[in-house]
Design a protein around this ligand. Sequence first.
Ligand SMILES: [Zn+2]
Length: 267
Amino acid sequence: MMNLTPTELERYRRQIMLPGFGEAAQQRLKASTVLVTGVGGLGGTAALYLAVAGVGKLILVRGGELRLDDMNRQVLMTHDWVGKPRVFQAMDTLRAINPDVEIEALCEYITPENVDRLVKSADVALDCAHNFDERNLLNAACVRWGKPMVEAAMNDMEAYLTTIVPGETPCLSCIFPEKPVWDRRGFGVLGAVSGTLACLTALEAIKLIAGIGQPLRSQLLTMDLSRLEFTKHRPYHDPNCPVCGQKAAPQASVVSSLSPVLQLVPG
Ligand SMILES: [Zn+2]
């Protein structure tokens, strides 16, 4: 286990105090690497809460430059950065907030060429990409490599969240066998809505890694934030799913390929 420095013990003192948390959970966070795809209002804000919680390493993957109309929700960005690659500003802001966190920033989108390398290097992935092509690539790679994936998406004032554990829970393809109507660009979004979903997304990853609480395993949480209605569903786990089903990639090695960090997490 990775020992905590005096600075870390003080920085994280208020969460170490939480019942069931303690230094062991903090050490698990420090030993973990989280991949965040899509570093916008959702992924960027989730990365912020992982950084302040003391996740050891964050890998941020997001192509493109910052636009003025990103600024109503992308809280890691500053006005003077408009026109420059978002992901590097996200890295600089997170380093300034918590210099103990290691951060790797890639100004790329998720592609068939980079997805396996990225997933293999992480213990958990956060799926915050802005389209379902990237989401499906990440889901399939997480199933291939047996890595848990926190799946979060929103559309206007609605959002959903679930945690996918390959070999145990339905995967994204089980839950959405066809492309959801949500796969469109340029929908309206409030920063408080993407931020709410982002906090819950970060919390799912923290629970999985630290071994506290109950992550949304095999549960789909849907949220109507215009009315603050939250509903949990039990999604169908398709035995014939083309991505995670029995006829797809073999699952036998999944458990042994889980990282030492996650093997320590009970239940
Ligand atoms: Zn599946």
